[in-house]
Design a protein around this ligand. Structure first.
Ligand SMILES: [Zn+2]
Length: 214
């Protein structure tokens, strides 16, 4: 298991990730939220503050929360509204980092395929960028969860989703965005890049032949 990052290293790197994802259109305005596990026992996350612009993220806007999503003593500022989802993923996967983006393609496809509660991404070379995938000949399931402002209920759905599908690399929330994670922050960043590429490819391909199922 990779070593956990310190709060300072995590904060510095998340600031860069925020600028990069904002520039690429994956976290415009105050959308998206990012976290890094900085301690496993007891579980402690460094997570982006609620409602902060990702293009101008500062290290002091990365806050420490406990395994229940509550800010640690001495923390000023309100952690991301979606903190409980990050905690649920950190627990279910023992992941080192969790990243959430609001791209156009994740928003569009999470709505288009919502009736089937998810869809498969199949036989693309870029799938090999997902951890443990060795060949393009792979079928990746991307589930879709209905959007809600009730974070406790969403976090519970995420926990059962991850128990049901142990091989997932990510999931979508309907008309909202993508969640993915990694053993460490760099793997989670790579998963965002790969999944965002695949979502755009699947979406554009589908527009060419809307009647065909992919
Ligand atoms: Zn969100």
């Amino acid at each position: 298991m990779p070593q956990v990052m310190t709060l300072n290293d995590a904060a510095e790197r998340l600031v860069e990730v925020g600028r990069d994802f904002h520039r690429r259109g994956w976290a415009l305005g105050t959308s998206g939220n990012f976290s890094v596990v900085i301690e496993r026992e007891p579980l402690t996350l460094a997570i982006t503050e609620s409602s902060v612009d990702k293009s101008r993220l500062r290290p002091d806007q990365i806050l420490r929360v406990d395994g229940n999503g509550k800010p640690l003593a001495g923390v000023t500022g309100k952690p991301s509204a979606e903190t409980l989802i990050h905690v649920a993923i950190a627990r279910a996967r023992a992941s080192g980092a969790i990243l959430h983006t609001h791209s156009v393609w994740s928003t569009v496809l999470s709505d288009y395929h919502a009736g089937r509660a998810g869809f498969f991404i199949e036989a693309y070379e870029m799938l090999k960028g997902l951890s443990g995938v060795r060949t393009h000949d792979h079928r990746e399931f991307l589930p879709i969860v209905e959007n809600s402002q009730d974070m406790e209920s969403l976090a519970k759905q995420v926990t059962s989703l991850m128990t049901e599908h142990p091989d997932l690399h990510g999931f979508l929330i309907r008309r909202h965005g993508l969640y993915t994670w990694g053993a460490d922050l760099e793997e989670a960043v790579r998963h965002v890049e790969i999944l965002e590429f695949l979502l755009e490819s699947v979406g554009r391909r589908q527009m060419m032949e809307p009647e065909r199922s992919f």
